[in-house]
Design a protein. Structure first.
Length: 160
């Protein structure tokens, strides 16, 4: 009887472990299929970073976001076949905001928020199994995320 209980417990623990492992594999596959193909890889070599700088202050970031039109008018580019598609995806806004910042001489990164982080910030859920694309800037030692569709930003970290 005792051996049967131990066997059942071991079986239950192994089953849970297998289910967790399968969920991790499914999430990894979803990320690779949905997000990674959409990201553009940019190779930066030496002098290409010359002239780019961080925003000097929150006021400078605010002023730049006010004049930037990404949240009001997204510029779509044709794909290799010459077709322009808008998938209403957040990464299109985040990539455009990043490109606009780089064109204006500012450093800005592309970042993603998990579903729970998005809920904690905006109090609304995004679809299960998805991430949300945002931008990241550093001002002094403070790290900020930017919601490119709303021109909202908030501090997420302090760098020592």
């Amino acid at each position: 009887m005792k051996t049967t209980k131990i066997t059942l417990i071991i079986f239950a623990v192994l089953s849970i472990g297998i289910l967790l492992w399968m969920n991790i594999l499914a999430l990894t596959q979803m990320l690779e299929e949905r997000l990674l193909p959409k990201l553009e890889t940019v190779r930066v070599v030496g002098e290409q970073l010359h002239g780019l700088r961080d925003f000097n202050s929150i006021d400078e970031l605010k002023a730049w976001l006010i004049q930037d039109t990404t949240n009001n008018s997204l510029v779509l580019k044709p794909n290799k076949e010459g077709i322009i598609k808008f998938n209403e995806r957040c990464e299109e806004f985040a990539l455009q905001l990043q490109n606009n910042a780089l064109s204006d001489g500012f450093k800005m990164s592309f970042a993603v928020m998990s579903r729970i982080d998005y809920y904690n910030k905006f109090n609304e859920w995004i679809k299960p199994g998805t991430l949300h694309a945002v931008n990241l800037v550093i001002i002094g030692n403070d790290v900020y995320l930017i919601e490119p569709q709303k021109d909202e930003f908030w501090k997420i970290a302090y760098l020592e």
